[in-house]
Design a protein around this ligand. Structure first.
Ligand SMILES: [Fe+2]
Ligand SMILES: [Fe+2]
Length: 475
């Protein structure tokens, strides 16, 4: 079951050939997907040979095989983790019942919505990143971008399989819709706003893979708990792919910081103008990028009070992060949770029923996890002997949905007036000048082993290859 059959048009480990109707429907979707990749995938890269990893089995040991592949020839397919025998629902009102192998009629609309919303983010990020290849800081980084892109494409396949197999005609229509909406398109945009924003430069891409891909990880972890077993199994395998995206995000920001502190020490200065003249990204600018990406990403968890979140949990569709490791009753009726609101010009905590606050619970878990990387970035700064500390902004900073929507709150959590906000916002969020400066650094640097001036080389190459390996052959 865990081995992947590559002899079929669509590689899979779900015995696709035994279900001819489904196989035909997916084979019909496949050319549309490839057309989308041609139109909206990485710009100008169709003919490159890229050193990519491809899943050969879903076992932890046999996960990946590395080799140079043209991206349009990447073997996108359908890979699910093996079924757990007699898996039981482990939270919500159906706790203890057998996990569902099919979609219960009463949860069909909600499950479809969850799958479509998740599925929509996958191709959206590929679209957001499609021009980045033109300004790659190195071949190594270019290869990592492409690896992330093909795997996001694979994640789309994962969701499309569920739609086709379990949702009939509606599912097939939704699968078409996933290729029709486009990031930032005025008439037919992607579902979630963060996936309609531009990823204009590599620092934004790095922040996106660190912060926004991590949102993906948390959503997938919550879905991996689902009572709908095929969704749980497919998201579990997606998470093994996601781990690489987390690594890319954390290590590239770390390398950017490394280069900056090296130049700070060489020039013995923390003067922003001097550092910019030397072509590196000053730490205050990195902090503003963190503030922006952190605040935009935590909005993806949704409103702090949500009856949908309660329904999704109680009906078993979506669990909490690491649901299985928690020791409470997994039903949560009568439990409460603290959320923030602004009262009399101050941030105050208020207790609300936990079931309604599950978006906030997931957001808080995410925040704890994302702070870990920031601590590790600070170690790079510390090691260089420099007095500067990067921090995650307060979770009430720069919020546009839920109770805190529109409140003016500083990165350290103080409520301020509109006038104060306007006067200070340039210190807190990237200004047009910051963005223009970062954009000015973006040039193509793709000779093997060469790195753009603003980023340090990685410590190791991919798959034990040297750092100056030819990760991308441009032909
Ligand atoms: Fe993904
Ligand atoms: Fe990802």
């Amino acid at each position: 079951m865990s081995g992947i059959n590559y002899s079929e048009k669509i590689p899979n480990n779900v015995n696709l050939s035994e279900d001819r109707t489904l196989q035909r429907a997916l084979e019909h979707w496949q050319p549309n997907y490839l057309q989308w990749w041609q139109d909206m995938g990485p710009d100008g890269s169709q003919n490159f040979d890229v050193y990519l990893r491809t899943a050969v089995s879903v076992d932890p040991q046999g996960w990946a095989q590395f080799g140079h592949v043209k991206m349009p020839d990447y073997r996108w397919g359908i890979f699910l983790n093996p079924a757990e025998q007699d898996r039981k629902i482990h939270f919500g009102d159906h706790m203890g019942e057998a996990a569902w192998q099919d979609v219960p009629g009463e949860h069909r609309a909600n499950l479809r919505r969850i799958i479509v919303t998740q599925g929509d983010t996958e191709p959206a990020s590929v679209e957001q990143q499609r021009h980045l290849g033109l300004t790659a800081p190195s071949q190594y980084d270019l290869r990592n971008l492409f690896q992330v892109n093909v795997e996001e494409g694979r994640h789309l396949w994962a969701m499309v399989y569920l739609l086709h197999k379990y949702f009939g005609k509606d599912g097939r229509e939704e699968a078409e819709g996933l290729l029709e909406r486009n990031s930032g398109n005025a008439d037919n945009p992607r579902i979630l706003q963060a996936f309609n924003e531009k990823t204009p430069d590599w620092l934004s891409f790095f922040m996106f893979t660190y912060f926004t891909d991590r949102d993906g990880k948390f959503q997938l972890c919550a879905l991996a708990e689902s009572a709908f077993d095929p969704l749980a199994r497919t998201t579990k395998f997606m998470l093994t792919e996601e781990a690489h995206h987390m690594f890319v995000g954390e290590s590239v920001v770390s390398r950017t910081i490394q280069r900056t502190v090296d130049v700070m020490n060489q020039l013995k200065t923390d003067d922003v103008a001097k550092l910019r003249a030397a072509g590196v990204i000053d730490l205050p600018t990195i902090q503003r990028y963190i503030n922006f990406h952190f605040s935009v990403t935590i909005e993806l968890f949704g409103a702090d009070q949500s009856s949908n979140a309660a329904t999704f949990y109680s009906s078993g569709l979506k669990g909490r992060y690491e649901e299985g490791k928690r020791t409470d009753d997994h039903v949560l009726k009568g439990n409460s949770y603290k959320i923030l609101s602004v009262e009399d010009g101050k941030l105050v905590e208020k207790e609300v029923p936990m079931l309604n606050a599950l978006n906030e619970v997931l957001r808080d878990d995410y925040i704890t996890d994302s702070k870990g990387g920031i601590d590790r970035w600070n170690r790079v700064i510390e090691k260089a002997g420099i007095q500067f500390k990067l921090t995650a902004p307060h979770k009430a900073f720069h919020r546009n949905i839920g109770t805190l929507s529109g409140a003016k709150i500083t990165p350290d959590g103080h409520v301020v007036s509109e006038a104060e906000w306007n006067a200070k916002v340039g210190e807190w969020l990237p200004s047009n000048e910051d963005r223009a400066y970062v954009a000015s650094l973006m040039g193509r640097c793709v000779e093997p082993g060469k790195f753009a001036n603003w980023i340090a080389p990685p410590v190791m190459g991919i798959n034990r290859q040297p750092v100056d390996f030819d990760y991308v052959r441009f032909n």
